[in-house]
Design a protein around this ligand. Structure first.
Ligand SMILES: Nc1ncnc2c1ncn2[C@@H]1O[C@H](COP(=O)(O)OP(=O)(O)OP(=O)(O)O)[C@@H](O)[C@H]1O
Length: 728
């Protein structure tokens, strides 16, 4: 059940309940909201009461987030019928986790129950099973805009954008921020953290506590400073302030580097209410004395941990320190992931009574729950072959973001994928903005990016995220996969990996995702889709073409030994662009390769031992040609890929080597998790490797990884000569 437990003093004055405002007398008394109406799960739960504070000096708002999110997703599902495809699976996938984790936070007092007591029974608040009644339900929604202290102008602006109720993180923090408290907010990706601070800030400035004391008039210094790690994100958040703030007569501006100072100086001289910026530019503007931060009413850190990663710590701390009277400024921090640095700055820059709204908390699932999380084994050299098929199978006609570790890989991959463009730090700022704008407006379908696009980017139609290799840390996985499944919509995240799986299980463990393991889509399956599409296209061709082609068709039929259906199948294949269909291996996903398993009647402890067994019955060049050798988890065998044309040679050869068996595998066995290295997917020797241990990595990067002695460059067909080496 979505419990929203609000600790002492949190005046959670939902507008309708104002008269009956619950007064909280002491710290023990906890006011809890439960937005859930699902009696079933409530009965199932034997949970403990949520504790306020949870050991921190400040008071915490804790939410049983899975339930809250569950309802929210349900609501979205009923609203977005057209996006239903994956939703059922997603809910199914996470059902277990939900019930597991939801019991941790205890049986909440139910807001509906509270309403009942007040004679305001709204039992169907969240019942979204009947689509016909949608409008009515939205009015009744527990978090309907009317229930919050939102001015009419702001409500109208929200409705103009199709927003009729607040999302849980917004509902949970709105009153607290409006009542003047500092706030640390955490919610999974795509859950609306931006509006969680935008709305109460705007209300506070125009109708709330900050109204009386904020600067006004020509030349006014800003009342709000929002810091974000990248220019793209600053622009995105600025657009929200510009739109909603504009509706209330507030002026916003966006300040970031690599742009002339003069225009920004003039904007500041004329006076603005809200500045959205990257830390570097604010620091420069402070040094030039173009900006005055002494009158701030709000300072906001969005994606705080990324600012830490990008080395902005000192800049941010310097900027935060510029406020004259810290007791008069509210500090807000929002992120999907929380670094230790937050604790550090908490003690210095937040007031002692700051609140924490944590919709993730100790929940197992830290990544987006509206995303299908899939992993797929794939070698670097098969990337260019496999990715188009993944897009075909999983993008549901929407847009795709592909993440690579290296800028060069992003450029190269984008150059060979149809309808793709690159985005990375070496691309000029102006071009980056053009690219993002074009992607946002659907001018192209596939964005191939480095981590510059991992954070915060909110593009509605992104249905699929592909990560070419596991990211360096769990946080990156959470943020990258969170570029899809926004605002409760469904999405798919596919992570390609080397089959040693060490890092996969680490990500699974640490972000609570239960990965779906799949093999690369087989070309034959893709061809079946393409054939159906070609047949559909043919049925739409005008009969007027028949006379011109009839004679050739008759001649073909007469000359061929094939039946008319077989000939038609070939014609469809040609129309769909197929002249042959290749197989794809389970282990490295390489075309025209087959995965085989070696056993020799005794344990195989090392890759070199496996190689020595093969050498007993195969010529050296064939042993050298195998790909991706990895040991099985039971310690009794090794799997590797063999070129399809060599398969017979391998299978026949084994007969001459007593006790050795080689079998084609149809399902990849569990492989040894070796080499847990310095970072996910890399470091050290062995594992999915060649017998020389550290040599011949993709792209010659550091450490281990999915390797192949031949440096595994793209070596076939269209990809010849390219190398999307993984940066390990
Ligand atoms: N109350 C709401 N109703 C409908 N849509 C909303 C609501 N609040 C936010 N959204 C939409 O949800 C999407 C995601 O919001 P936002 O970008 O703020 O998410 P986030 O939590 O900051 O994600 P991330 O952690 O990835 O940065 C946006 O498109 C936003 O417009």
């Amino acid at each position: 059940m979505p419990a929203l437990a609000v600790s002492e003093k949190f005046s959670s004055t939902l507008k309708d309940d104002k008269k009956k405002k619950v007064k909280i007398a002491d710290a023990e008394e906890t006011l809890q909201f439960d937005s859930s109406m699902e009696k079933k799960s409530r009965k199932e739960k034997k949970s403990k009461k949520v504790k306020a504070g949870s050991g921190s000096e400040s008071e915490d708002l804790k939410v049983n987030s899975n339930d809250s999110e569950q309802q929210w997703l349900e609501m979205k599902k009923s609203k977005k019928k057209d996006k239903k495809r994956n939703a059922a699976e997603i809910d199914g996938d996470h059902e277990e986790e939900r019930s597991e984790t939801s019991s941790e936070l205890g049986e909440p007092v139910n807001l509906m129950k509270m309403d009942e007591k007040k004679g305001k029974k709204k039992a169907k608040l969240m019942d979204v099973s009947d689509d016909n009644n949608e409008e009515e339900k939205e009015e009744e929604h527990l978090y309907a805009l009317e229930k919050f202290r939102l001015s009419e102008k702001l409500r109208d602006a929200l409705k103009e954008k199709g927003i009729t109720y607040l999302f849980p993180i917004q509902a949970m923090t709105f009153n607290t921020i409006l009542d003047g408290f500092d706030m640390v907010g955490r919610a999974r990706t795509g859950q609306g953290k931006t509006l969680a601070f935008v709305l109460p800030i705007l209300e506070s400035l125009t109708n709330g506590p900050a109204k009386g004391s904020r600067s006004t008039g020509y030349g006014r210094p800003p009342s709000v400073l929002v810091l974000l790690p990248t220019r793209e994100l600053a622009m995105q958040v600025f657009k929200d302030f510009e739109f909603y703030g504009g509706a209330l007569g507030l002026k916003s501006c966006c300040l970031y580097g690599q742009t002339p100072y003069q225009q920004q100086k003039v904007q500041l001289q004329r006076g603005v209410d809200i500045v959205v910026a990257t830390p570097g530019r604010i620091k420069d503007l402070l040094q030039k004395e173009y900006i005055d931060l002494s009158s701030l009413k709000f300072r906001v850190l969005d994606e705080a941990d990324e600012m830490l990663n990008m080395g902005f710590v000192e800049d941010v701390e310097l900027i935060l320190g510029k406020v004259q009277d810290a007791s008069k400024v509210q500090t807000l921090l929002f992120s999907a992931t929380m670094p230790d640095w937050v604790k550090h700055i908490s003690s210095r820059f937040f007031k002692p009574d700051k609140k924490t709204a944590d919709l993730v908390g100790n929940e197992k699932m830290k990544a987006s729950a509206s995303v299908r999380h899939i992993v797929l084994p794939c070698s670097g050299s098969a990337l260019s072959q496999v990715i188009p098929d993944i897009i075909r199978c999983y993008s549901s006609g929407g847009q795709t973001i592909i993440f690579t570790e290296r800028k060069e890989s992003a450029s190269e991959l984008s150059s060979i994928l149809p309808g793709a463009r690159p985005l990375h730090g070496d691309i000029q700022q102006s071009q980056r903005e053009v690219t993002i704008a074009a992607f946002r407006s659907g001018k192209f379908t596939t964005l191939v990016a480095t981590n510059v696009a991992a954070r915060g980017l909110d593009i509605d139609n992104v249905q699929l995220v592909i990560q070419c290799e596991p990211p360096r840390d769990v946080e990156q996985y959470i943020h990258r996969s969170g570029r899809t499944g926004r605002a409760g919509n469904s999405g798919v995240s596919v992570m390609l990996y080397d089959p040693r799986r060490a890092h996969i299980s680490k990500i699974e463990r640490e972000c609570g995702v239960k990965f779906e393991h799949i093999s690369a889509p087989q070309p034959a399956d893709i061809a079946r889709f393409a054939g159906a599409e070609a047949a559909e296209n043919i049925s739409q061709i005008s009969d007027s073409v028949i006379p011109a082609f009839k004679a050739a068709a008759e001649e073909l039929l007469n000359k061929s030994d094939l039946s008319p259906v077989e000939l038609l199948a070939k014609a469809l294949a040609k129309a769909a662009g197929y002249t042959e269909i290749k197989s794809r291996s389970l282990l490295t996903s390489m075309e025209n390769h087959v995965t085989v398993q070696l056993e020799c009647g005794r344990p195989i402890y090392t890759p070199s031992f496996a190689y020595s067994v093969l050498r007993r019955f195969l010529p050296e060049d064939k042993v050298e040609s195998i790909k991706g050798l990895a040991l099985t988890a039971d310690g009794n065998g090794a799997v590797f890929d063999v070129a399809s044309e060599d398969l017979d040679l391998f299978l026949k050869g084994q007969r001459s080597a007593g006790g050795v068996s080689l079998d084609v595998v149809t399902k990849l066995p569990q492989l040894q998790e070796r080499d847990q290295g310095r970072r996910f997917g890399g470091g050290g020797r062995g594992g999915f490797s060649d017998r020389r241990g550290g040599g011949g990595r993709f792209s010659g990067g550091r450490g281990g990884g999915f390797s192949d002695r031949r440096n595994d460059r793209f070596s076939r067909g269209q990809s010849a000569g390219r190398n999307f080496g993984r940066k390990w």
